[in-house]
Write a protein that binds this ligand. Structure first.
Ligand code: COA
Length: 575
């Protein structure tokens, strides 16, 4: 079938659906929902059998839905309508939520239902629920709807006939409904309100007396500040986060956005004010327990010669600033000194890594200098990993990875991705960035020179399955996050217990020495950085322009040509 994905943006859900449909042999093209006339033009060019709208912010025009079946993905249970579906569900503490695939009609989200799927609603950030449960449920429901569409005899159920429907029309959630009353709300309520607003629009609040939006809340069970500190007061800082008193405890605020500014680590958004606060540092890299917030945490399983090390780094949105890279490198160097023969880099729950931190770069006095510092710091982490001679290293991707983050993962001996994870192992979307992280060393030896050129040129997202099939990763493991962790631990334990481990380690060291003699890592790095220097400091400002639009979330004014296949020069209207 020819399926047009009509979407507000090429977000992770759209990427996943596009890739899953393509895997099943369907012909996919993508158009951003920019204006009715643009969508009409796309439909006229592509002549789709079906239109799927994974992520829309406005209604499909009648000129399209009256002629084509348009399936809308709504992140809510049957009957739920309105633009703040997940926000309401999380804020009101629903135990179960769902996704509905319905047909576009005149009234938004009220058309007949083709498929739906339900899931238990975790206590987690909206963005995390969207990238995990919603994406998984939406994929299943769209595939089911498609089967029904292809069968030809399925009659979608009108909303009025859904007797058990719990959902209803709810308005856009306003900031007045999100407001935190620091004197009355307990910690659980503050967390719920902040989770319901993450990563957009955040909760409108104040910090140090200044208005801002706050994001990225983490519970804290140990530190509660001085006796007499008041609810809402900022008590201490740790890395990028601020500890805030609540009525019955405290929590960390990881990110803040001041009016007209970018979303930034809270201590950067309020740099002088934060600097005056006491620091509450972590005592080393060992996981301190779940009671206190810790962005980098190390733990071990097994004992003595069978021990496996697990290094977690939970960086918001997978973005890794210079400071975060420096800390991660030092944690990795420390972990390499532990008496473990297998070291697993777990990344974070939602993202493994998305490469250099574009928001922090944008906010710097010299974005070019900060880009340079950041890519060098990323390279230092990658090198630390490549040069781990005493361990078999594993990158275990529970969450998505993009750009430099993919190649940082590839610097490990094994890359295992959870089914459902999306990978974007290319850089060019960010203003034709050349990329570094030793990708010119790491990629061709996995997928051949030709394969590497294809991946970089095509700029397509890969599902965990297709990444394993083409050899970019080594395995696609269980889709359920808990099952994935168990699977990773089991496989790591198998490596460490295998009789051939010693031989594997010496083969690894020999190979590295051979590669180094043939062409040193510094040579790869210098060549890549020569290109990056031009990207950052050269006369072509494409990278700076692309970054500006990315971090400011500028509305797209056209669909990139590598996505809109129907706009290819050679595209012929199907007969
Ligand atoms: N730096 C800063 N923020 C980043 C980031 C980065 N490298 N990568 C992603 N983010 C942020 C987004 O701005 C967004 O922020 P929000 O919480 O304010 O909405 C959030 O992470 C999620 O990103 P989004 O694009 O919605 O996620 P996705 O899963 O739909 O798409 C990518 C994933 C990787 C395709 C996309 O995020 C991307 O292109 N990132 C940039 C990668 C890059 O070019 N890195 C630099 C070169 S190494």
């Amino acid at each position: 079938m020819r399926i047009l994905l009509l979407t507000h943006a090429f977000n992770s859900l759209t990427q996943r659906l596009g890739a899953e449909l393509q895997r099943r042999g369907h012909e996919i093209s993508i158009e951003f929902d920019i204006a009715d006339s643009v969508a009409e033009e796309a439909v006229a060019l592509f002549k789709p059998d079906l239109i799927v709208a994974p992520y829309l912010r406005r209604a499909i025009p009648e000129s399209i839905w009256s002629q084509y079946t348009c399936l809308i993905v709504h992140p809510g249970i049957i009957g739920d309508r309105g633009p703040s579906a997940l926000d309401w569900a999380i804020q009101q503490g629903e135990a179960e939520w769902g996704v509905t695939v319905l047909q576009a009609e005149a009234e938004m989200d009220a058309g007949p239902i083709w498929a739906s799927a339900a899931f238990p609603l975790r206590h987690a950030k909206k963005s995390s629920i969207y990238r995990n449960e919603v994406t998984q449920a939406a994929t299943g429901a769209v595939l089911q709807a498609l089967e029904r569409f292809i069968a030809g005899n399925f009659v979608p159920t009108p909303l009025a006939a859904c007797g058990e429907a719990r959902g209803r029309l709810r308005p856009l959630m306003k900031q007045t409904e999100r407001v935190i009353d620091w004197h009355r709300d307990d910690t659980a309520t503050v967390l719920r309100k902040m989770n319901a607003a993450d990563g957009f629009p955040g909760v409108a609040d104040t910090l140090f007396g200044e208005p801002c939006h706050i994001f990225d809340a983490w519970p804290e069970a140990i530190l509660h500040g001085e006796l007499g500190s008041k609810p809402g007061e900022a008590l201490a800082r740790r890395e990028g986060a601020l500890l805030r008193r609540t009525r019955d405890g405290a929590l960390w605020i990881g990110h803040a956005k001041r009016a007209g500014d970018l979303k930034l680590p809270a201590t950067l958004a309020f740099a002088p004010e934060s600097a005056a606060l006491a620091e509450a540092p972590l005592q080393g890299w060992w996981r301190a327990g779940s009671e206190t917030w810790q962005d980098i945490a190390y733990e071990e399983s097994g004992s003595d010669e069978n021990a496996v090390g697990f290094l977690h780094f939970e960086f918001y949105n997978g973005a890794m600033s210079t400071a975060q890279c420096v800390r991660l490198q030092s944690a990795l160097a420390w972990a390499k000194q532990r008496p473990v023969k297998v070291l697993v880099l777990m990344g974070g729950a939602d993202f493994w890594s998305n490469g250099i931190h574009l928001n922090v770069i944008e906010a710097a006095d010299s974005p070019a200098d900060e880009s340079w510092n950041n890519i060098n710091a990323m390279n230092d982490v990658a090198r630390e990993l490549i040069e781990a001679g005493d361990q078999i290293t594993v990158a275990a991707l529970a969450g998505n990875a993009g750009a430099g983050g993919c190649f940082l993962a590839r610097a490990a001996d094994h890359v295992w991705a959870r089914e459902g994870v999306m990978l974007n192992p290319h850089y060019k979307n960010m203003g034709n960035l050349y990329g570094s992280e030793y990708w010119t060393y790491l990629l061709p030896r996995r997928v051949s020179e030709e394969g590497a050129r294809g991946i970089m040129r095509n700029r397509q997202p890969l599902t965990a399955q297709s990444a394993a099939e083409i050899g970019f990763t080594d395995a696609c493991l269980a889709g359920d996050p808990q099952a994935f962790r168990i699977d990773v631990a089991r496989r790591a334990a198998e490596i460490v217990a295998a009789p051939e481990l010693a031989a594997q380690l010496s083969a690894k060291r020999e190979r590295r020495a051979r590669d180094e003699a043939e062409k040193p890592l510094t040579a790869y790095r210098e060549e890549e950085l020569a290109h990056m220097r031009r990207n950052f400091y050269g006369f072509d400002p494409s990278y700076h322009v692309a970054r500006h639009h990315f971090v400011r979330k500028s509305l797209a004014s056209w669909t990139p040509r590598h996505l809109a296949r129907h706009r290819d020069l050679g595209w012929k209207v199907p007969t």
